[in-house]
Unconditional design. Structure first.
Ligand code: PSU
Ligand code: MN
Length: 295
């Protein structure tokens, strides 16, 4: 098996039992435009540090799985043409010496392999609308069900079939826990029509639930109210984006990036601000939970 290359700071924290938070790179290279993505990457690492944990952004560079990146490497992830690597793609990327950003699925697996227990992202992948015909269900669901890592996210992107995604999570015995909310968040919106089975009031409770359950868990954290997207704008962008997929015959791993890009370009940056703020907020909560886990 290919050996992980763990940044010195991250390795030291893991060895000394200090809190570490994993961050993914697909949301940077395929979910946000350059150069905004680099500013977001830096902000994510900064907020994790401020709360008292060590950030570990994960990617594959020249065939090597990297846990924790230097600022030059972060720059590369944000500006170079990166492959989108899910868990199925890691072997090929390693063997063929390729570079790519890791999705929630592959980041979770690599974080676990490195001994990191907490991971922050924007939205989990899930069951796509139309999955009854396309079978398009993100590998993220499978990995969270089988890997004991706590993932902090703002629910799943509203571009997905949320009800079906929640059903799969229930079937796969994934605990979905609301962070100061009883509703399942809808990424750009604070609430969806769905409720969550459990809620916690603070990071300490979240850490206790995770530690007691000893399995992959979703801590769902709504977007900060000031950055929530207007619902009419949101619904219009979603309808347009879904039509674009049909018109351009977009499939598979390109679906999420194309939809996100439509949101960003057609909302004059409103969705970009929303996306940035929700991920930063998730990184902050993840760091707080990581700190609690090591108390
Ligand atoms: N969250 C974001 N932006 C993103 C993603 C999540 O705010 O771009 C990415 C994650 O990396 C997630 C992926 O794993 O979208 C899901 O892709 P797919 O639907 O192809 O499995
Ligand atoms: Mn897919």
């Amino acid at each position: 098996m290919t050996t992980l290359q763990i940044a010195e700071e991250v390795a030291a924290a893991l060895a000394e039992n200090r809190p570490v938070v994993a961050l993914e790179s697909t949301l940077l290279s395929h979910g946000l435009p350059a150069p905004r993505n680099l500013a977001v990457a830096a902000r994510l690492e900064k907020v994790v540090r401020e709360v008292g944990a060590v950030p570990a952004t994960i990617a594959v560079l020249d065939g090597v799985p990297r846990i924790g990146l230097t600022s030059a490497e972060l720059d590369r992830v944000c500006s170079d043409d990166m492959l989108k690597l899910s868990l199925r793609d890691l072997g090929a990327a390693y063997a063929l010496g390729r570079s790519g950003a890791t999705t929630v699925a592959s980041t979770t697996a690599l974080a676990h392999q490195a001994g990191i227990r907490v991971f922050a992202t924007g939205g989990l992948g899930g069951v796509h609308r139309g999955a009854r015909e396309t079978w398009d269900v993100s590998a993220d669901l499978d990995v969270v069900a089988t890997t004991p890592v706590l993932i902090v996210c703002s629910g799943v992107k509203s571009i997905l079939d949320m009800g079906a995604t929640l059903e799969v999570l229930e079937t796969r015995s994934v605990p979905v826990v609301g962070y100061q909310t009883s509703r399942f968040p809808a990424f750009y919106r604070r609430e969806s029509e769905f409720s969550v089975p459990w809620s916690v009031d603070n990071a300490s409770q979240a850490a206790a639930v995770f530690a007691a359950g000893e399995r992959g868990m979703l801590l769902v954290n709504p977007i900060p109210a000031a950055f929530e997207m207007d619902s009419a704008l949101h619904d219009r962008l979603l309808a347009e984006g879904l039509q674009k997929l049909v018109d351009q015959d977009v499939r598979g791993k390109d679906v999420s990036p194309v939809l996100l890009e439509h949101f960003h370009t057609a909302s004059a940056g409103v969705s970009l601000d929303a996306n940035e703020e929700l991920v930063v907020n998730n990184a902050s909560v993840a760091a707080a939970v990581a700190v609690e886990l090591f108390q």
